[in-house]
Design a protein around this ligand. Sequence first.
Ligand code: GDP
Ligand code: IMO
Ligand code: MG
Length: 427
Amino acid sequence: MPVTVIVGAQWGDEGKGKVIDMLAERADAVVRFSGGDNAGHTVINSQGTFKLHLIPSGVFYPDCTCVIGNGVVVNPDIFVSERDELNSRGVNTDNVYISDRSHLVMPYHILLDGLEEAARGKKSLGTTLRGIGPAFADKVARMGIRAGDLMDRGILRTRLEYVLEYKNQILTKLYGKPAIDIDELYEICCGYAEQLKSNIRETSSLLNDMVDEGKSVILEGAQGALLDTDFGTYPYATSSSPLSAGGCLGAGIGPTRIDNVLGVFKAYCSRVGAGPFPTELLDATGNRIRDLAHEYGTTTGRPRRIGWFDGVGARFSARINGMTGMAITRLDILDSFDEIKVCTAYRLNGDLIQDFPAEPAVLNQCQPVYETLPGWRQSTTGITRLEDLPKQAREFVARLEELAGCTACYVCIGPVREQTIEVRPML
Ligand code: GDP
Ligand code: IMO
Ligand code: MG
């Protein structure tokens, strides 16, 4: 039984939640491995509509073990409210675990995210203001508080005293804000400890044991490849790795144990926050797609920026992820279009380029080269077999496969779990 990493292939919000909820029926465990509650994964199934920020999208199957891996930064308040909401709606969360090695998003991280964004002024990154960047920065700076620290009051108090002394210097001297009181913060953290103690445990051994036993594990990506700290449009990026390799690190499963990498692509592109977006549509077509698809952020409610499918970004994403297959979502959104464009290359200073540039200023100068494909102008909702899709839709899917250099395994034609065409099932 396989280990499958499912990753966002563009700038996030590709429909990972939907695809993972559908595939988790065949999985014994689903593991979030990166990001934090900056993620917003929408799941629509017979139990209702859910927007998950931290809890893995496998939670709707009572026998599926759900792990928030060491690579995730966890805001305990968000976790508890998500867990309580799921419970109140009849979803069992007894099998949800948080790695003791995962770092916590503390109240000062959220404060600092806001202060840093304000200080950037016109150059703000458009973060989700969830404290994610500051929490990952502290992890790497060895100034983090880990979930496991909550389990020993002595260790917790000592860590908090050490970290807060430094954080208070930043808050008071750099930003002119009041200092955080150590006793108050310690009390808050003791409250977290009470609320999370049944969820926190070692998780890497748990997962590797499952793999040893031949169980099927899905590693659930957050964000998307083009937001990766190394390969994304840095500095307009997030602060952890949404790539398949990030799945190994963020779950504690070695690369030799990964069998498949499924990249989730929208049939067009969207982006929230600032940063380059070569195929962005700042016109009526962009507005039409946004309205048809209700493209507003799951976490922040911000309108998403919309653009045509970017073949250059897609190929780059497929390669750096080592994708073995792709899922194409939201094909149905294009049902009413007469013509659909796909970007096949960029034009830069008169040259055609096929590689995704590292520098945002260069990307901003790249002009997309488009190919226009005929639309199918009929509803695809309810179709369950590839051969039943209109010919133009099949040709569109084939062109996306060609551009990404990757085979389509799933094509989604609606937000509901069942609205999926299984072309070449991976699980
Ligand atoms: P994620 O962050 O990658 O999980 O994606 P989001 O949940 O933030 O955004 C994807 C949106 O697309 C959600 O509202 C989903 O319900 C919706 N969605 C996913 N697949 C499809 C599809 O094939 N068709 C339509 N119409 N909506 C879809
Ligand atoms: P899912 O998992 C879309 C974007 C933010 C911002 C940048 C940095 O739902 O696909 P951060 O708060 O991470 O420091 O913000 O990254 N971003 C996302 N965009 N979907 C997400 O997650 C995102 N997570 C972060 O909008 O541009
Ligand atoms: Mg999302």
